[in-house]
Design a protein around this ligand. Structure first.
Ligand SMILES: [Zn+2]
Length: 230
């Protein structure tokens, strides 16, 4: 399982649902260290959690941050969880690199930083599925958050483009899965947005279909971040 749902009821339903679909979970992977992608162990407490080495380093450097962010989200949403989130014993994986699944299948790991300072995209060529974390979302504009940078974000999109061109399905961290054509369209919109953001800052126009109040606030934060001295 790559990344995780956030809702306690969804996490609770997952093991039974996957068992019914005869889809046994053998391990967990995370695309990056933001708390909302790290909750797999709440559904599968004993599973190995793997991540790219940049995420392993980030989580080691900020122990407890994910748990604190989860707690503050839960307090705001009045959510209760049956158990605390354990992130010990992470398996960090070299990126770029490959992860074998049994004899036939291999997951390719691609660096995907820029949204944050860490990040890995997972390409499962035998299924035609790319899981890219917080890139290529049809509902969120690109977000440059702590540790991320505009240059790295643009470089990640350029790196992902040839993989998206091979993919049947792209699964972003937020929003529905995309077919290749739609994913390439989102990629072009994101490249256009980022180049305008670099040139025009807060005046940049947002990608069509992603102009809600929440995305305007995200855009304002991006503009502040790229103009702040680093
Ligand atoms: Zn994120």
């Amino acid at each position: 399982m790559i990344d995780s749902p956030v809702d306690p009821e969804e996490l609770d339903a997952l093991p039974g649902l996957l068992e019914q679909s005869r889809f046994p979970v053998s391990g967990l992977l995370a695309t990056h260290g933001d708390w909302d992608h790290l909750l797999g162990r709440l559904a599968f407490p004993a599973a190995t959690l793997g991540c790219g080495e940049s995420t392993g380093a980030r989580l080691a450097a900020e122990p407890g941050d994910a748990q604190r962010a989860l707690r503050s989200f839960d307090e705001e949403q009045y959510l209760e969880r049956p158990a605390p989130l354990g992130l010990g014993g992470l398996q960090t994986l070299p990126v770029p690199g490959r992860l074998s699944l049994g004899d036939e299948a291999e997951i390719e790991l691609h660096p995907a930083d820029g949204h944050t300072g860490d990040g890995t995209a997972y390409w499962m060529g035998w299924t035609g599925v790319l899981v890219c974390g917080d890139y290529l979302s049809p509902v969120e504009i690109p977000e440059i958050s702590d540790g991320g940078s505009l240059e790295a974000y643009v470089a990640t999109l350029a790196r992902l483009r040839p993989v998206v061109e091979l993919a049947d399905t792209v699964v972003p961290g937020h929003g529905s899965p995309l077919d290749r054509e739609r994913a390439l369209a989102v990629l072009e919109e994101d490249v256009a947005y980022l180049s305008e953001l670099e040139r025009a800052g807060a005046e940049a126009s947002l990608p069509p279909g992603r102009r809600t109040g929440a995305q305007q606030r995200r855009h304002a934060a991006n503009a502040r971040r790229i103009s702040a001295p680093s």
